[in-house]
Design a protein around this ligand. Sequence first.
Ligand SMILES: C[S@@+](CC[C@H](N)C(=O)[O-])C[C@H]1O[C@@H](n2cnc3c(N)ncnc32)[C@H](O)[C@@H]1O
Length: 288
Amino acid sequence: MVGNGSSVSSNKSTPVFFQPGDEQTLDLVRQWIYAHTGLYYPTDKLPLLAQRLKAVCRELRIPDLSTLYQFLKDGNRPDLALELAQAVSTNHTYFFRELENIKFFQQRIIPTLPSVERWRIWSGACASGEEVYTLAIVLAETLGMDWARRKGAILGTDISPAMIELAERGVYHYHKLQPIPEALRQKYFRPVGLGQWQVKPELQEWCVFRRLNLVSKPWPFKNRFHVVLLRNVLYYFDNEVRREVVERAYDTTAPGGWLVTSVTESLRNINTRWTWVRPGIYRKSGGK
Ligand SMILES: C[S@@+](CC[C@H](N)C(=O)[O-])C[C@H]1O[C@@H](n2cnc3c(N)ncnc32)[C@H](O)[C@@H]1O
């Protein structure tokens, strides 16, 4: 039984399954996840997948892996698909992550942004919102809050509805605010009790969050972006999905626009139109 913790071991070297015979079902679920989210679980990560599926079964009171797969195939349990999307991905994130590229955004990207009515900035795997609020703070520090809000349109999307809900609430435990310089913490957050701090309304009302699966087609955007961030999400895709996502990001970016990945997520082995600028920074040709 899935609910029986003893049937899943944490031995990393060999894949482990819920019970004898579940290997094939686990593989089918793995394929479903790949087809619907682009997240690729290699064989050595199957124990992790098994653990995560076990938690989903427990949460949704699904008795075993075969029933879970049957629900996925039938497509009549949207709650399961959403829960699964949440459970099988890693949501770790923090404010001012990879500071060198946040500085690059402020010092080198912002000055190149065109004189259009609004700069459109999109974080395509925003998790619980820290990345998006970091960009908003940087824009506000650079342009002043009023002008930044008028000039910058900031969108955060993620596959996980739970993450989007957290991002919209913008409430974080104090320890998550540690990477933020004290003066900025005081300026952009307010304590809401029990060690929790909330982003101030001017940030919260400004940043927009929506659920979006990067693997879904087509993306629902009418206008192009000037900066796209796909940080710490490309890792989880295989080369084929990675290429497809960054190429679609290229098409949805204005000439001269920018792609920011994590500094360790290289597009080197991928045949892409993006031009490498420095680790984690790519640019589309055209523009100033
Ligand atoms: C490790 S977090 C990265 C958060 C942030 N970008 C950062 O760098 O700190 C990865 C996020 O990617 C999201 N994700 C995974 N697969 C996705 C997909 N197919 N479409 C959209 N988001 C996805 C996860 O839900 C998770 O919140």
